[in-house]
Write a protein that binds this ligand. Structure first.
Ligand SMILES: [Zn+2]
Length: 390
């Protein structure tokens, strides 16, 4: 977006004492400057806020009350520099918009009259954001329809839904909350039901997930749904880290991303024939990269959006009691298919059993697996079974 040199120059030009000093009175005490916390949500009566100069010339800052022991859920990198400071200040209960990295840089450059060399990408992102705001102002046309699909006005503004004139727009945010494209659902006229923005300098649809901007890094799972309404409604009823690919099945880029994030993927596709095919192909793709996803089977005929709406606050109870591990899901099918004749089933299921076994890392899972295989397929998995039972 901006060159590294530009960001370095900006940070060098801006003294944190001057910047924070515009919001709170700072007093020098030894090597630090102290003051009451400038954050709009912190009614501070002790000087909890401090700014200091590091040996390498960079600045740090912190509020001993706002930051100590708190999670940096929005990844603002508390305390690191002037850019983090203005983003943090904008993230308060009264603000309607939290500054993105790009906007924070723009604001600082303006405040300190540092000439900005804008990249092509940053201009494109600014344009998309204006486009999205324009769509948002027209959303009233679709409001009744969206209420009918189970969305409240709060959901509509949380996801920044808008109306293009023909389509309902769902802006696609990056992890740093920049809009890079749209998923659009047909509302009036004719055409494909869903459209995703074309590949551009800033957007490649096979790389992004809808919902990736509100991931909780400390949560172990990522739920992968089929569509944008699934994401919005499951999120509404308490499912964290729920995302969907955009107009694609899972791609290798997606899987690399899941691996880098470190989440355990849970597939929650529609409970119909196409959904089952999708689960099978995705679960195999994941296993090829040694990622062993779980499956959340939904009641027959449901998609996640409908299901979330029907169970509402019980959604996560259902998740904890119905989540199936990779191997359970893999072995469920041959068990149904070959149940007629035990010897036939054993022979046909063996390759699947062996491949499912590779996914197991923990001893307690191996015990469960061995019991399951013995019970459902009449196969005793040799020494693993005996040693597990000792
Ligand atoms: Zn504070």
């Amino acid at each position: 977006m901006y060159t590294k040199e530009f960001i370095v120059e900006l940070k060098k030009r801006i003294s944190m004492v001057d910047l924070a000093g515009r919001y709170t009175k700072l007093i020098k005490g030894g090597d630090v400057w102290l003051g009451t916390c400038p954050h709009p949500d912190h009614d501070d009566d002790t000087p909890s806020f401090r700014v200091w100069h590091n040996h390498d010339g960079s600045w740090s800052w912190a509020c001993m009350s706002c930051h100590t022991g708190k999670k940096d859920e929005r990844h603002h990198n508390y305390g690191t520099d002037c850019i983090a400071f203005v983003r943090w200040m904008s993230d308060n209960s009264k603000s309607t918009h939290i500054l993105t990295f790009r906007e924070a840089v723009e604001r600082l450059a303006k405040m300190y009259a540092v000439p900005v060399a804008q990249s092509k990408e940053s201009v494109a992102m600014a344009n998309l954001q204006n486009e999205s705001r324009r769509y948002e102002t027209r959303i009233d046309t679709c409001r009744n329809y969206l209420h009918g699909r189970g969305l409240s006005d709060e959901d509509i503004s949380f996801w920044h839904l808008g109306y293009t004139g023909y389509r309902i727009s769902f802006p696609i945010f990056t992890e740093s909350r920049e809009i890079v494209g749209f998923s659009q659902r047909l509302f009036q006229g004719e055409g494909p039901k869903y459209l995703t923005s074309k590949t551009s300098d800033i957007f490649k649809k096979s790389k992004h997930f809808y919902g990736q901007h509100i991931l909780d890094k400390d949560y172990p799972y990522i739920f992968i749904a089929e569509g944008v309404f699934d994401v919005v409604l499951a999120h509404k009823y308490g499912m964290k880290n729920v995302v969907c690919p955009l107009g694609h099945d899972l791609t290798d880029d997606h899987i690399q991303k899941i691996k880098a994030w470190g989440y355990q993927p849970v597939l929650c596709f529609d409970a119909d024939a196409a959904g089952v095919r999708g689960i099978r192909s995705s679960i195999n793709k994941l296993a090829e990269q040694h990622v062993y996803g779980s499956v959340l089977p939904l009641p027959q005929g449901n998609d996640l959006a409908e299901f979330a709406q029907s169970v509402r606050s019980k959604l996560m109870d259902y998740v904890s009691s119905h989540l199936m591990s990779y191997w359970e899901w893999t072995l469920k099918e041959p068990q149904q298919l070959y149940a007629i004749q035990l010897s036939n089933m054993q022979r046909k299921a063996m390759p699947l059993i062996l491949s499912a076994k590779k996914s197991i890392q923990k001893k307690e899972d191996m015990i469960l697996f061995n019991q399951y295989v013995r019970h459902n397929f009449g196969i005793t998995m040799g020494e693993d079974y005996e040693s597990a039972m000792e």
